[in-house]
Ligand binder design. Structure first.
Ligand SMILES: Nc1ncnc2c1ncn2[C@@H]1O[C@H](COP(=O)(O)OP(=O)(O)OP(=O)(O)O)[C@@H](O)[C@H]1O
Length: 252
């Protein structure tokens, strides 16, 4: 059974008596261990899709299931619990709290899940070593670099051992060196079995994934699978698809 399935998902926003169809008809399935990138032009519906999978928004119709559980039917309280226990989030702007040091930022989801301090420390040690953030755990988010902040945010997302890691432009605020570092980390955790779904505008970032879905006007328009290709060939195909998509956009 796939980890995540979406069937005929539609999301319509009402704005000043007008309707905006953000997602027209999206069906997709993600199996455990997959690493999926979602690309598309601005306004294509990527963030709406991610928000619906994250239970931060509800579909107007269609079904979204994670391990067979229908996410559209969760009450707000259960949705909050679901997000805390099953999902990890990495955003472009890190979303770290400046009033907490880095260690406490990372511990936050485990504190909410009422884990013991011993358990939290046990989980953090190997993760911090892998992310190379052990020496900066006692500092505050405003005392570290952007790349380090994103690694702290990644640690906070991964420490709950989520079923699904959701990332929205995770490299958007990083220079190429730090972006490559974060993407190598995503590669490592994916190799260890972590399922990742990531929205990105960057073809280079998408080229780290196992498959790339292209969204246009609220539907999945095209899909590329990396398979045995090396990263450079996959990147070339992603770039070509984006160019084709943009030229069709210009013609329509
Ligand atoms: N809360 C809302 N109310 C009304 N319309 C919305 C709302 N959220 C999104 N939309 C519209 O839905 C469409 C899809 O938006 P969405 O943010 O999902 O696109 P996107 O692909 O993530 O774009 P970007 O790459 O610019 O972030 C757009 O036309 C947008 O204006």
């Amino acid at each position: 059974m796939p980890l995540l399935t979406l069937e005929h998902v539609r999301r319509v926003f009402k704005e000043n008596s007008q309707q905006v169809v953000a997602l027209k008809d999206i069906s997709l399935s993600v199996k455990a261990g997959d690493y999926v990138a979602i690309m598309g032009e601005s306004g294509a519906g990527k963030t709406t899709l991610l928000n619906i999978i994250a239970t931060l928004d509800k579909a107007s119709s269609g079904t979204i299931k994670l391990e067979g559980q229908n996410l559209n039917e969760l009450t707000e309280r259960n949705a909050a619990k679901f997000r805390r226990e099953q999902l990890g989030f990495v955003f472009q702007n890190f979303n770290l709290l400046n009033t907490f040091n880095n260690r406490d930022n990372i511990f936050l989801p485990l504190v909410l899940a009422k884990k013991s301090h011993l358990e939290m420390a046990k989980r953090l040690a190997p993760l911090a070593a892998q992310l190379e953030i052990t020496p900066i755990l006692d500092r505050f988010p405003y005392e570290i670099s952007g790349g380090q902040r994103q690694r702290v945010a990644a640690a906070r997302a991964l420490i709950t051992q989520p079923q699904l890691l959701l990332a929205d432009e995770p490299t958007g605020a990083l220079d190429s060196h730090n972006a490559a570092g974060l993407l190598r980390l995503f590669d490592q955790v994916n190799d260890q079995g972590q399922t990742i779904l990531m929205v990105t505008h960057s073809a280079v970032t998408a080229s780290y994934s196992k498959r790339t879905l292209f969204i246009k006007d609220g539907v999945i328009y095209h899909e590329l699978i990396r398979g045995d290709q090396d990263k450079q060939d996959y990147l070339t195909k992603i770039t070509q698809s984006l160019t084709a998509l943009a030229s069709e956009e210009a013609r329509s």
